[in-house]
Design a protein around this ligand. Sequence first.
Ligand code: HEM
Length: 358
Amino acid sequence: MLPAAALLLLGLNAGLILLGVPMPLIADRLPELHAPLLVFGFVGTLISLERAVALRAGWAYLAPALLAAGMILALTPLPLIVGQATVTVGLVMHLAQYRAIWRRQPMTATAVQGLGAVSGAAAGLAWCGGIPPAFLVSMLSCFLVLTIVGERLELARVAAPGLAAERALFALSLALAAATLLGLVMPSIAVPVAGALLLAIVVWLLRHDIVRATVRQHGLPRYVAICLFTGYAWLVVAGVGWLLGGSRTDGPLFDATTHAVFLGFVITMIMAHAPLILPAVLRVRIPYHPALYAPMALLQLGLLLRVVGGDAWGSLPALQIGGATSAVAMLLFAVTAAAAGLRGRKARATRGAARVAP
Ligand code: HEM
C-alpha cells in the first residue's frame, strides 16, 4: 500500500507538470510516466493487492510487488525498458491471479475482470514495444473499466441479473476488449466502436445494478449509490466523446474523455468502494462518515471545471485549477478515510473498555 501511495503522489505531480502547474518535483522522465504511474503503479497495484489478499496465496503477491517495483525502476536512471518489462510481468501475474480465481469461481464476474486483465497485459506489452501511453488510452480504460464492472457483479451489488443478462455483459466486455486491441492498428474505426460499447455497458449497469434502490437508503449504501451514479455519468461523457470525436492522442477532447474515464469513473469508484474493500486489505474498518462526501464532491467539481472551463472553453487557469482541485480531492479522500478508520478504532476501544468495566 505504501509504494502505491508514493506512486500516486508522483503520478499526480507528473499530471500537474503536464498542465504547467509549478511543482516541487521535476524529473526528466516524470511527465511521460504520468499515465503508467497512476494506472499501473497506483490503481494496478491496489487492484492486484486486493486479489492477492482474496486468493491467500504467496505467489499472488508477486503481481502488486512487480507492478510497484517496475514503476519505481522506471523512475531510476536505468534504461526505461527495465521498469516497463517488470511492470508487464506484474500485469501477466495479475492475469494469472484471475486464472486461479476462475478455478475456484468460474463466474461471469471473474471472466469480465479477466478480460480487463488481458487488456492491461496487452497495454503493458505495447508500452514495452515503444508505443506511448497516449496511444493506449482505450486499452488502459478497458483494463480498469472491466475490472470495476466485474467487481460490481462480484460484490453482489448487482441484483441477480439472470443468465441472459450476464451473457450480454460478457459479450459487451469481450467486444470492448477486442475493439480496444484493434485500436492499435485501426484507431479511427475502433475508438468510436469502443465508445458505443462503453455506452451499452453503462445502460446494462443502470438496468441491473441495485444502485437505483440503494440511493433511497441512508448512510453508506446511499453514499456508494451516489458515487456510482456519478461514475456512470462520467462514463457516458467518455463514451459519447469516443463515439463522436473518434481517435485522438492529444488536445481538449482527448483530455476530457481520458479524465472522464480515469478521474470521473475510476477514482470515483475507488472512493465508493474503499470503505467496502480496504477493511479486507488493510484489516482496518472504515466506518461511514458523511465527511466522505467532501472529497468526492471536490473531485467532481475539479473535473467539471477542467472539462467545461478548461477543455470546452479553452481557459488555461480553469484547466490548471480544475486539475489541481482533483489532485487535492484525492489526497483529502485519503486523509478523510484514515480519520474515519481511526475514529472507528477509538469508538470500538471505548466500547470494549466500557464492557470490561465493573
Ligand atoms: C488529478 C490530477 C491529474 C492531472 C492534473 C492530470 C493531467 C494530465 C494531462 C495534462 C495529460 C495530458 C493530456 C493531453 O495530452 O492532452 C494527462 C494524460 C493522461 N492522464 Fe492524467 N491527470 C490527472 C489524473 C489522472 C489519473 C488519476 C489518471 C489515471 C488513473 C490519469 C490518466 C491519464 C492518462 C491515461 C493519460 C493519457 C496518456 C498521456 O497523455 O500520458 N490522469 N493527464
